[in-house]
Design a protein around this ligand. Structure first.
Ligand code: GLU
Length: 429
């Protein structure tokens, strides 16, 4: 449809233009020819539906005031309310949130959750802020978002450097505004406020469920795999522990302070205790220290990327030695790296599938809150495994049938769900 092209601005030339948004868009374009989408619908999904830019004034402990930029981008409301995390990071921009919101749309649709994607955050350095300052940022940011969030509109959750406490402050701020407790406004809350059992471990545990399914398909025994895990927070720390528990040999892990390496296998539970007590692995000197860059290139079978975006890029992709790369973070592999890894025959388990355990249990949390009921941990774990295995099998089959990478197949599956619904609804008015 020529008309569509003629009147639309180039999405990459709009306010959210950033390398990460271009990556999300390029992945979308790669998948699109296999998704059988009408051009008008395809064009509509290139753009986030809505973006809000706010500023968050906060009096710091030292008495000075600072104004932090904040964002919330909602990519698609075709399938339901929007859903996605809030991150506190020095690199948060409108474009980063737009890319991450688009990925959330495909992720939710692939998992058949009744949501579209959103993402938001505040540009700040959370490591330099006290608990009190973080609380003030969270409460003011939440009140700035009031016009666009709600249990049926947009449901925030934790992401980088945010956690259960952040969600408790968000839930309280929202509830105070409406005059009654609204647990279903956020997910990833403390259990005492209506949070779900197993939500905290869900993303990391889900990463390992997807790895296990992939190993089964490839005829690999998990117990024989040497694993490297980049990132030792809520995703990487849990994934490392789950791999260790299931008999895999975790030979290296890292956090922002760098990595630790032991070819014979690390004592992951001891490292988790150390990190919990000291706040990081920085002072852990009982085994060889490696830099984050060295860690990525260590000889291993499975490399779990659970830190942040753009970690494997054109420069280091040729030196990655793993046979399988599992994306626990969002967007950790650049477009160029993705092509290099593909050519080298390295299996990439894509983010929209591999880290979808978090948002899936967020969905379970929201459903429990709306129904005012609570499921037990075993039930949630089993439901999560079923949902991830079902998505994995659909992606594997599609990749096989159409000769696609697992990433393209995952995106095609997600895009088809959303575009099918949008075609049926039609574009308003
Ligand atoms: N921030 C997580 C993600 O990127 C979880 C989002 C959610 O639970 O809504 O998938």
């Amino acid at each position: 449809m020529a008309e569509v092209q003629e009147f639309s601005p180039e999405p990459g030339a709009l306010e959210w233009e950033t390398p990460l948004y271009r990556t999300a868009l390029a992945q979308y374009e790669q998948a699109l020819p296999h998704a059988n989408v009408e051009e008008l619908v395809a064009e509509r999904l290139r753009y986030p539906e809505r973006a809000l830019v706010v500023s968050v004034p906060v009096k710091l402990d030292a008495g000075r005031w600072r104004v932090f930029p904040g964002y919330r981008v909602q990519h698609s409301t075709v399938l339901g309310p929007t859903k996605g995390g809030v991150r506190y990071d020095a690199e948060v921009t409108l474009g980063e949130c737009a890319a991450l919101a688009m990925w959330m749309t495909w992720k939710c649709a692939l998992l058949r959750l009744p949501y579209g994607g959103a993402k938001g955050g505040v540009r700040c350095n959370p490591r330099e802020l006290s608990t009190d300052e973080l609380q003030k940022i969270t409460r003011r940011f939440t009140s700035e978002l009031l016009p666009i969030i709600g249990p049926q509109e947009d449901i925030p959750a934790p992401d980088m450097a945010t956690n259960e406490q952040t969600m408790a402050w968000m839930m309280d701020t929202y509830s105070m505004q409406v005059g009654h407790a609204v647990p279903e406004i956020v997910t990833g809350k403390p259990i005492s406020l209506g949070g779900s059992l197993f939500r905290q471990e869900a993303t990391g545990a889900g990463v390992v469920m997807v790895i296990i399914r992939a190993c089964e398909r490839l005829g690999w025994s998990l117990g024989e795999q040497r694993c490297v895990v980049q990132g030792f927070g809520n995703v990487g720390g849990v994934a490392a522990a789950e791999l260790h528990e299931r008999g895999a040999r975790v030979v290296a892990v890292s956090d922002v302070s760098g990595g630790v390496h032991d070819e014979h296998g690390l004592d992951v539970p001891a490292l988790r205790r150390f990190a919990a007590e000291r706040g990081s692995l920085e002072e852990f000197l009982e085994c060889e220290r490696v830099t984050n860059e060295e860690l990525l290139e260590l000889p291993c079978d499975i490399l779990v990327l659970a830190a942040r975006e753009d970690q494997v890029h054109g420069d280091n992709a040729p030196r990655i030695k793993a046979k399988m790369v599992a994306e626990g973070a969002n967007g950790p592999t650049s477009l160029e790296a993705d092509a290099i890894l593909g050519e080298r025959g390295i299996v990439v388990l894509p983010d929209v599938l591999t880290n979808a355990g978090g948002v899936t249990v967020s969905y379970f949390e929201w459903v429990q809150d709306l129904g005012r009921l609570f499921w037990d941990r075993a039930e949630i774990r089993a439901k999560l495994a079923d949902q991830l295995n079902d998505a994995f099998d659909r992606v594997w089959k599609l990749a096989d049938e159409q000769g696609l990478s697992l990433r393209s197949a995952a995106l095609v599956a997600g895009i088809r769900e959303v575009s099918g619904a949008l075609t049926a609804r039609g574009i308003y008015p």
